[in-house]
Design a protein around this ligand. Structure first.
Ligand SMILES: Nc1ncnc2c1ncn2[C@@H]1O[C@H](COP(=O)(O)OP(=O)(O)OP(=O)(O)O)[C@@H](O)[C@H]1O
Length: 238
């Protein structure tokens, strides 16, 4: 049987600042899917994503990405990551910043224009990164993650601060990438984005409360939307 699991997390525990932030997380993500990672602020979403891209010291457990341990050098061009605090030099233009990352990743120069168009920043291609709005900066960070056509995209709150039209456009982009076989893990604490995902991981205080489809979650909890499903699951676990 072909194993199409792109990401496999087993028994993952992480401590940060003396606190147990992830308390034993297990899940798998299949190729070409859009998985939403949802949960309240501080529940550990960013920490989990950091572990997946290999920049987080873990206490125990395993994270395997495309059959390799997370952070393996051979994953550098195969995994795209965008964070809430993009590490982009403020005194470069969007194009210059992306050219810099394209040269680090050794991707084609033409890729820079492609990713600028994909995230809808063509009108700001020559603007200084330091002068972009929060939403524009997070789109610039997303553009970096798209360079080189990675197989797995780990996107930490990519739609934060965006207006509904841009959010819609980005979700369309995510689904078109998934249709091409790219696997996406997208975090959000906006529950109305959950319905756009094929699969949901609901997280609370360092544990997964649910790993299901939006429909499965609603049926299982007998609720009308994911927000109510989440609240019901929390009540059941306390
Ligand atoms: N650099 C750090 N040092 C110590 N503790 C940290 C650090 N960064 C985060 N934490 C703690 O780890 C826990 C999980 O944080 P994390 O950023 O993973 O949550 P999150 O679910 O992504 O939150 P948000 O939705 O607000 O971004 C929080 O309690 C936070 O205070």
């Amino acid at each position: 049987m072909i194993n199409s699991s792109v990401l496999s997390v087993e028994g993952l525990k992480v401590r940060r600042g003396g606190r147990q932030v992830l308390r034993g997380v297990d899940f798998e993500v299949q190729q070409g899917s859009v998985t939403g990672l949802l949960g309240p602020s501080g529940c550990g979403k960013s920490t989990l994503m950091r572990a997946i891209v290999g920049v987080q010291i873990v206490e125990s457990g395993t994270v395997s990405v495309l059959g390799l341990p997370a952070g393996h050098p051979r994953l550098r061009n195969r995994v795209g990551y965008s964070t809430q605090n993009p590490a982009l030099y403020g005194d470069l233009t969007v194009t210059e910043a992306l050219r810099y990352f394209a040269s680090v990743l050794k991707t084609a120069k033409s890729d820079v224009q492609r990713v600028i168009d994909e995230v809808g920043l063509a009108d700001h291609a020559n603007a200084m990164v330091g002068q972009l709005s929060g939403g524009q900066r997070s789109r610039a960070s997303l553009a970096v993650a798209l360079l080189g056509k990675p197989e797995l995209l780990v996107l930490d709150e990519p739609t934060v601060g965006l207006d509904p039209v841009l959010r819609e456009e980005l979700w369309m982009l995510f689904h078109s990438l998934a249709a091409r076989g790219v696997t996406l893990l997208v975090s959000s604490h906006v529950m109305d984005e959950a319905a756009r995902c094929q699969r949901l991981l609901l997280m609370r205080e360092g544990l997964l409360l649910a790993d299901d489809t939006p429909d499965g979650l609603r049926t299982r909890t007998d609720t009308a939307d994911v927000e109510h499903a989440f609240l019901k699951l929390i009540k059941e676990t306390v």
